[in-house]
Design a protein around this ligand. Sequence first.
Ligand code: FMN
Length: 208
Amino acid sequence: MPKLLHVSCSPRPDSSSSAGARTFLEAFRQAHPDWDVDVIDLWRERMPEFAGPIVEAKYARMKGQAFNDPQRDSFAEAERMAIRLSLADRVLISTPMWNFGIPYKLKQWFDLIVQPGLTFRFDPSEGYFPLLKDRPTLVILASGSDFVTGMNRGRIDMATPYLREILRFIGINSVGFVLIGPTTGPQQPIEAARERAHQRLAGIAASF
Ligand SMILES: Cc1cc2nc3c(=O)[nH]c(=O)nc-3n(C[C@H](O)[C@H](O)[C@H](O)COP(=O)(O)O)c2cc1C
């Protein structure tokens, strides 16, 4: 059964990015009733701190050294998480923008899965190579400001370039973005932005 993986990154029940994801998934399920939708709620998921044996395992792999037992055990956790991504035929990431970038839980997820031998390969003489196959991926990014036209109220969007780059690094190049913002300030622009984004999401879902 083909699978869509939804990585859900807002901790808020009243979240704009999660509302966008619900609109998208409703249209997606109608168009693809036979697909399995696997959801990772990053605020409920048990993710190890990236310290101790797991960080040492990364360095061991980069140097081509064998794991000790604690490193092997902790690396297995990262492996399980990366396999969940690698088995997905489509990927949906719904996330808030926090302090110009992404929430730390989403960064922690990338720190865990972006590992040598799992999602990329490192060759000291030739450099870095992605290990995942490309697959259609959509990012729904909610922000207090409106970044559709560029910088806003003196603030910059570093989430979009970061996500594009980290996904490209592991092999996922077919990435689209739907920005939902502004989500703060006067009501009329908030509602207009929400309406525009939800219409786009329903449209994208049908042929995703
Ligand atoms: C810790 C934190 C930092 C934020 N930083 C930014 C920011 O840098 N730029 C911005 O436009 N909005 C920022 N916001 C506003 C959120 O992006 C906005 O409320 C968005 O709707 C949150 O997504 P959600 O509704 O899916 O949780 C921030 C909100 C929080 C809680």
